[in-house]
Write a new protein. Sequence first.
Lengths: 487, 326
Amino acid sequence: MTRRITIDPITRLEGHGKIEIFLDDHGDVERAILQVPELRGFEQFAVGRPVEEMPRITPRICGVCPTAHHMAATKAADAVFGVEPTSTARKIRELIYNAFFMEDHTLHFFFLGGPDFVVGPQAPAAERNILGVIGKVGLEIGGKVIRIRADVREIMAYLAGKAIHPVCGLPGGVAKGLDEEHRVTFLKTAKDAVEFAEFALQIFADVVLKNQTYVDIVVGEAYKIKTYYMGMVNERNQVEFYDGDLRVVDPDGREFAKFKPADYLEHIAEHVEPWTYVKFPFLKKVGWKGFVEGNDSGVYRVAPLARLNAAEGMQTPRAQKHYDHMYAVLGGKPVHNTLAFHWARLIEALQAAESMVALLEDSEITGTDLRRIPTRIPTEGVGIVEAPRGVLIHHYKTDERGLITAANLIVATIGNAAAINMSIEKAAKAFIKGGQVSEGLLNMAEMAFRPYDPCHGCGTHAWPGAMPLTINIYNRSGERIRQLRRS
Amino acid sequence: MSDAKPKVAFYWCSSCGGCEESIVDLAEDILKVVAAVDIVYWPVALDFKKKDVEAMPDKSIAVSFINGAIRMSEQEEMAHLLRRKSQLVVAHGACAHLGGIPGLANFWNKSTIFRTAYHTTVSTDNPAGLEPQPKTLLDGHELTLPEFWDTVYPLDAIIDVDYYLPGCAPHRDLILNAVTAILEGKLPPKGAVLAPNKSCCDECDRNETKPEKMTIKEIKRPYEVLLDPKTCFLAQGVICMGPATRSGCGERCIEGNMPCRGCMGPTDQVYDQGAKFLSAFASILDASEEKDVERLVDSIVDPAGTFYRFSLPSSILKRKKLEAVR
């Protein structure tokens, strides 16, 4: 009888994630957990730093989503000084931010999450990567993927200095504006981005939705957990990435809470476990009840599907059409099927691209009033944005000179930390029975956490090959009796 | 892929993933790189099962690009292993080169970092006072985690490093030039930083606006003034690390109208970037009275965190001197 299974995916960002699965005496899954074995301690070494430098320090939390940390930190610095950006500066920030969402979501679909579907969950491992996607959809389209990403990142690099680790945000505005010549060039890119996002949704429709096997996997019980959902919304309760209130819906889709970013501590707390370096956020008003589903458990989810569930619609017309279609196909709101994160991600990419067009057609975007100089004595502030991977919270306290005295960061991927554990456990329970471990577990276990696009899952992962996994199976005396490998 | 192609590995330690993104950002050029080499390990493709790496013959990897600082036991083990298996090791990016921003953690130690992360942060709910442990029992099953150290180290404090690819993240031209140099066997002497040996100021478009004799009467923080997009930052009274920083980054931050923060590290002639900046900076302070000097120096609000933003772990400060600096 096997008792313990170790899955060591090589993951990124927060180091290597490791999955441990414990079996009961019948060989059925008793418990499955994901350990994150790294910490860097940003909250501590923020102390003593000038608050206006945080937008250039915190992006190094994540080189995949540095723009999210840059914007959360910039907005927190606005709040610390009690200053609002000028109207043009806000639009430039939103332009950078929507460009970032568009390219990041696209990258995930084609390089990381998409291969599961486009190439197929049963395809040989060696083909389940971007090269496999190119093989399936054609080299011309593959080139298109690479080009649109580069073009959109050029907008970010121009306005923010660098796409990796932007530098433009200052309390009260941005350092650099947009001239007419670049506006025209970038507007063309934005329109291309809209077409590209539509095209990606078409691939999803053709390859996934027209294939009953895939649809069965998407709607299957193995990849479904019922949780609360949290997402940022605008004043019309539509999906918002840059600035708005946070809305929480319960597992039945009813509004549970809606709050201002500054009030996040009334709603969110983080639970500590001794076996992993990450903490587990939960809804304070429900409470931490462990890694369990349902209305009585404070576990909530964030990121694309959670945002769509927590909102009442999209901000842009094309994205709204796809939003309505997704919920019609999947049987109404909320959708609990984890694999639908992939679909929701593409719908968000389309909203981001449409928003880029709207911002670049706004005459104010080329304005020259870029900064409002702070005059108040700095104190404390919260900055929240939606990162591609979920609600991202930066909270700083400063002394009267604006030097950080305390920082609190709740990073996007961590918002899903408990749910990722539960999704893995659920998939493990579906695919491991009576001590029988099917080879398919390898793919299936990966597919359980990949929809969340956990930050250790950046696009670079899938480039040269599929994520290698090893599963070790031990007997009671700790000897390894079997090893499954895919590399 | 053919065995004749040089084998290349990429690995990450304590880092953000930006160095991996810098490879993806090569866009179409990545296809040329992929065609010319055999990538035996990529950040993701590196099997954590150490014995599989150990099974490779020593020196069988032509070059390993290792990014990230070293602050966990597991990272040290992997660095040693890759060193043994590789002919060349390149420290890829500011963290591996100098310690980088995660190196700012060296202002504190493990217990302070843990106290903040798991106890005093305002959203933490930890009534039992738990902290991550190297070994834990969960329902009778033993779970292990790598150990977290007191100190962050640059890569060359742990293993022998052949070349340094600087920047946070490195500019695409530097990456392509490095790969080309390795493929063509046209490498500079061991220990070289693979970037021009010039200062940022030498390459900066704003250099011509730098006054003949620069003087600073008042130091401004970037948020306090409207930053002129054409004028030297130091001439505007804003601290810019350009004089003490190596070029090769494309001066992209300055293109973004923000001052340099020093991610490329110092030029070859300089041992300590922060000390170099301080000496350059002291010479341009316009103050004759002692109290004016004091006022100017006091207006630098975070000297250690500014002058050593990217280089604290590799600086002359080291740990024992840190308390004095703070």
